[in-house]
Write a protein that binds this ligand. Structure first.
Ligand code: ADP
Length: 666
């Protein structure tokens, strides 16, 4: 028995030694190391059979596995970044430009933050020179001012990480200067120096936002360490909205551009999906006192990235679960806020981890759906949907070559004809992005791979024509809905904006005996329902204009239905489409399916401008729409679109419903 006991002890001490080495190797900051060593001391005193032992052991191992001191070296070379982004991605000119600008700003700020900039303010020249000398020896860039007014003038011209100011000065005192700095330059820290240190003046200064105070006569070491602490925390990167947010439909290249940025910077890349996150603990982890406690996703992803400065993509920030939005959003705010994230505390880790060198990029399908306080922090870059020509080009240059490589077909690469590509895009996908297209190309490549393995690589087996596409992918899935459907009374075509880009909808209206009720069914949000009501009211109050009997609603119910399919983003832009469906039904004139309408309708019959025109126009082309009717005020948006996007469409811009009637109704 004694023998076993001894063996057990040996294993335990070997495990403890091993942990000691791990702690050593992890190069933790002193305070974290203390925590780890404290925990190690605690578990070395208890039996490995106890639950606390393995909880403690796992915890220490986790702490030691975090990349506290591990960073990849940045290559902030803009030329190289530009090359990588443009080699990897077709088009997206504006998006790339914005990204490069963002990187340029980062580079500038980073180079400035390398040499901390300090302003020393005192109306006593000797004191100023003295401090200047001390701080210059510490390798800080130091400027001086002999009054509060002069200090403010200097701050207008250059940015300072830290201001050291005397409290008692002629004219403008230190407290007033502090207040003005806090108001206009919140990123600059302030340390007040006072010979008249009473508890009140010091606490007043701290209350008003001073970072610290030093009493005269001061010890040099005291000044050095106070300045060092302030500088470490002052983040000149804390510019508002400095986190990039890529917003756009799925498959438009958000993730792959994020990867491109990481590659350009020479950083590791990692992703976390926030879609459906309900609980703050998913971001910030559980306290270790909970059974089965786990770290949060942020810290876990950093651990996986194995460097403390990866590019970390937070996906679907607009899909965070609604009920828990405030909690999770405030945890995320802390993660993204450069003022706070240098000491992010995950509940499980229970020690501050510096996230300030992580480059966060968040993504969303619809930026409007992002929780407001979060949106405030973000610099939103819109990723637009692709035209059919863009898709063909990207498929030829990027997607097909990649699939050929991935499916092992390099020795016998399939050749897709232009018609075959067009047919895959039109008949097997219906999307703003490229995910479906890439999937279909992958399927075709796999089937060809099988063919080649079973038989041989022949010119015939490599050629992909529209017929081959149909043989391999089966009957077509999508039709030009608007072009092929029959014109009917009471059914109009509308253009809407959805999470996945643009889409078309068919609005149906019917009338039956009843008691003046407006029945609304289908995928209509609250605002769309109100638009339907407004459309009916407008027609009722203007019945004569459309040659309708004044009492057409008497003894009737009217039903408006939007068949499910696309789930439109709720908004007023279906108003004109609904009004046209009602007029078609009431005037018994069939509506042209190939004419698509988008416009907000005012009670007075005016047509007001709408959003998402680019995505709507792309959707119109995909659906085979011939003519698009939009509000006159949207003409500028259409003028701005590239010509190839408009080439198969006719446009009409209307200011009132009356102008639309004969264009939509037969
Ligand atoms: P998202 O993150 O927006 O959903 P992804 O980045 O996953 O989209 O893109 C889907 C696919 O399309 C990826 O394989 C990506 O490389 C490709 N892709 C998207 N946009 C482009 C582009 N402009 N040029 C080349 N490939 C692209």
């Amino acid at each position: 028995m004694g023998f076993f006991r001894k063996g057990e002890d040996n294993t335990q001490s070997a495990a403890i030694d091993d942990l000691k080495r791990k702690i050593e190797a992890a190069k933790m900051p002193a305070e974290v190391r203390e925590i780890a060593e404290g925990e190690l001391g605690a578990i070395s005193r208890i039996s490995p059979a106890m639950a606390e032992y393995s909880i403690g052991l796992t915890y220490i191992e986790y702490l030691a596995s975090l990349p506290w001191d591990r960073k990849t070296e940045d290559h902030l070379d803009l030329g190289r970044a530009e090359m990588i982004l443009s080699e990897r991605h077709f088009g997206l000119g504006n998006v790339k430009e914005r990204i490069l600008e963002h990187l340029a700003v980062k580079k500038l700020l980073l180079s400035q933050s390398k040499l901390p900039h300090i302003l020393v303010v005192d109306d006593e020249e000797v004191a100023v020179r003295n401090l200047e000398h001390v701080l210059q020896k510490e390798d800080y860039t130091v400027e001086t001012a002999l009054s509060g007014a002069e200090a403010l003038r200097k701050m207008e011209i250059s940015s300072f990480d830290l201001v050291l100011t005397d409290l008692r000065m002629q004219k403008m005192g230190g407290i007033e200067l502090l207040e003005r700095i806090r108001a206009s330059y919140p990123q600059s820290r302030v340390i007040v120096i006072t010979a008249f240190a009473t508890i009140e003046s010091a606490t007043e200064a701290i209350k008003k936002g001073a970072f610290n105070y030093i009493t005269k006569p001061f010890k040099l070491d005291e000044v050095r360490s106070a300045v060092k602490a302030a500088i470490e925390k002052a983040s000149s990167l804390s510019i508002k909205g400095s986190v990039l947010c890529f917003s756009g439909p799925p498959g438009t290249g958000k993730t792959s551009l994020g990867q491109g940025i990481a590659e350009a910077l020479g950083r590791n890349f990692s992703r976390i999906s926030l879609g459906g996150v309900r609980d703050e603990a998913e971001i910030r982890g559980h306290r270790r006192t909970y059974a089965g406690a786990m770290p949060g996703r942020i810290i876990e992803e950093i651990r996986r990235a194995q460097s403390s400065n990866p590019v970390l993509m937070l996906d679907e920030i607009d899909k965070m679960h609604n009920e828990s939005r405030v909690d999770t959003a405030s945890a995320l705010l802390e993660v993204l806020d450069p003022e706070q994230n240098h000491s992010f505390i995950d509940h499980y880790v229970d020690a501050p981890f510096d996230l300030s060198s992580v480059m966060f990029i968040v993504t969303a399908n619809v930026a409007d759906n992002i929780y407001e306080p979060l949106l405030d922090r973000l610099e939103v870059i819109e990723f637009p949907g692709y035209t059919e020509e863009d898709k063909e080009m990207i498929a030829e240059r990027y997607l097909i070559p990649r699939q050929i490589r991935q499916q092992g077909l390099s020795h016998c690469p399939p050749e897709f004809t232009r018609d075959a590509l067009a047919s895959i895009i039109q008949s097997y996908t219906k999307e703003a992005g490229l995910r479906g297209l890439e999937r279909q190309i992958a399927t075709i490549c796999r089937k060809i791979a099988k063919e080649i393995v079973l038989n041989a690589c022949t010119a015939e087996s490599r050629l992909v024509t529209p017929q081959i596409v149909e043989t391999l992918l089966g009957p077509r899935r999508y039709y030009f809905e608007a072009a092929t459907a029959k014109n009917r009374v009471g059914v109009t075509t509308g253009l809407v904006w959805t999470e996945t880009g643009g889409d078309i909808i068919f609005v149906e209206a019917a009338k039956m005996w009843g008691s003046k009720e407006l029945i609304l069914t289908g995928s209509l949000g609250t605002v769309m329902r109100e638009s339907a009501q407004a459309a009916l009211s407008y027609i009722r109050s203007n019945a004569a204009v459309f040659n309708l009997p004044e009492d057409f609603f008497e003894n009737h119910d009217i039903h408006i239905h939007v068949p499910a399919g696309a789930i439109p983003k709720d908004g007023p832009s279906a108003g004109a489409t609904i009004a046209m469906a009602l007029l078609s039904m009431l005037m018994a004139r069939p509506a042209r399916r190939g004419v698509a309408v988008s416009g907000e309708l005012s009670l007075g019959g005016r047509i007001l401008p709408v959003g998402g025109t680019r995505e709507k126009i792309l959707a119109a082309s995909r659906a085979g729409v011939k003519e698009v009717i939009l509000p006159l005020k949207n003409k500028v948006d259409i003028d701005d679109l590239p010509p190839n996007m408009k080439k198969d469409l006719e446009f009409f811009f209307a200011e009132s419903i009356e102008e639309m009637v004969d264009r939509v109704l037969i």
